[in-house]
Design a protein around this ligand. Structure first.
Ligand code: FES
Ligand SMILES: [Fe+2]
Length: 396
């Protein structure tokens, strides 16, 4: 965001706080309960959102050197992302070309080659098959399966995205900018390429994955659900909202924003006075929290409509070198866990029970929840309306 846009945004936030208002959608919007409860709809989400859309895998600094690799099954297929000897980052299905075992171990690390644990077929850092034990028993096989199956990958703005469906050898790259709907220059301005990974937590949950996502789409609940944890830091029910195609950005003012009134504009700092939430369709929240970033990736899990998993990672501008710095970042990680897993998710579990109860056919998002409305209208634009429940639509 350029300097003038930052100042304008901070002025809008000061005005919202002074006049006790917020960015508003044109009208409330009613969403059908079945988008959170219908197993067929959930299957469609898995096939469309988690196969055809770019999913943010992490900051590029997680793969700093040749040989660095990470694996990840959350999208529903096993994904391996690794940096080759040539410095190029590539994504593959983590599936042996012999009989399908995983060739790279869980999570990640550094490797020189990958040896499949089953029969020791061996792959180099560009995914090529470089060894087949007793190859004489496989006449003609190597030429038809020369490498792991590539997935389209984009490394840009210090971030890495993968589309989890093979698209052929001539479609192993794509440009994320066309998916970002105008957010690219803003993301580039943070220079995430030099940031460091600090810590990660994997949190399984018993609710629809979108209830976890929804947690980050509005500040309406801050003054109530988080009255003991966040109200000293953040204003509740105040946010600036802007849509970027299927994505959006919410900016929430911190309480210290008021101080800007007595400071010259040239000293105003957007990051220090706000929480900036980039909602990257369909499942990622990139949250700029003053001095660090929380990257939250949320997935459906176990093939169920009411199971989800959150991959929460903390990234910092520079790797810590002292205990004091580590303590600072540990405290930040604990704070987000206390708020999200200690307050948001317990409420979310009750929402799943409530939505499944048959109490109502629709839930409603208010004018003060434009992020919710935009996100769920985007989902509907991509997935359509859950057909199975169309007949009961007229009821409410
Ligand atoms: S399944 Fe990998 S070598 Fe056999
Ligand atoms: Fe919350």
């Amino acid at each position: 965001m350029d300097r003038q846009a930052q100042i304008d945004l901070l002025k809008r936030l000061l005005d919202y706080v002074d006049t006790k208002t917020t960015a508003l959608a044109e009208a409330p919007w009613r969403n059908h309960v079945s988008v959170y409860t219908d197993p067929e709809h959930a299957e469609r989400e898995r096939q469309v959102l988690f196969r055809r859309y770019p999913l943010l895998m992490g900051f590029a600094s997680q793969w700093r050197a040749p040989g660095a690799f990470r694996t990840d099954d959350y999208a529903g297929v096993p994904i391996l992302v690794m940096r080759g000897e040539d410095g190029k980052l590539r994504a593959f299905l983590n599936v042996c070309r012999h009989r399908g075992a995983k060739v790279a171990p869980a999570d990640g690390g550094m490797a020189r080659v990958f040896v499949c644990p089953y029969h020791a077929w061996t792959y180099d850092l560009s995914g090529q098959v470089i060894g087949i034990p007793d190859e004489g028993c496989f006449p003609g096989v190597r030429s038809e399966r020369t490498s792991l199956t590539r997935l389209p990958l984009c490394e840009k703005h210090g971030l890495v995205w993968v589309i989890p469906t093979p698209a052929g050898e001539d479609a192993t790259e794509f440009d994320i900018d066309s998916w970002l709907g105008g957010l690219a220059p803003e993301l580039a301005s943070y220079r995430f390429g030099s940031w460091a990974f600090y810590d990660r937590r994997i949190v399984p949950e018993s609710m629809n994955w979108k209830i976890l996502v929804d947690t980050f789409h509005e500040g309406y609940h801050i003054g109530f659900l988080h009255r003991d944890s966040l109200t000293e830091v953040l204003h509740g029910n105040v946010a600036d909202f802007e849509a970027f195609c299927l994505n959006h950005r919410l900016v929430m003012p911190r309480k210290k924003l008021e101080r800007l009134k007595s400071e010259p504009e040239e000293k105003w700092d957007l990051m220090w006075n706000t929480t900036i939430i980039y909602a990257l369709f369909p499942n990622t929240l990139l949250i700029v929290q003053g001095d660090h970033v929380e990257l939250t990736r949320i997935f459906p899990s176990e093939g169920r409509v009411d199971r989800a998993i959150m991959d929460l990672a903390l990234y910092v501008p520079k790797a810590p070198s002292t205990d004091e710095e580590r303590t600072h970042w540990d405290r930040n990680m604990q704070l987000v866990l206390d708020v999200v897993t200690g307050e948001d998710f317990p409420a979310g579990r009750t929402i799943q029970i409530g939505l499944t109860s048959g109490a109502q056919t629709h839930l409603v998002y208010g004018r003060n929840e434009p992020g919710m409305i935009h996100y769920h209208q985007s989902m509907r634009a991509v997935l359509g309306h859950p057909e199975a429940h169309a007949a009961s639509e007229a009821a409410e």
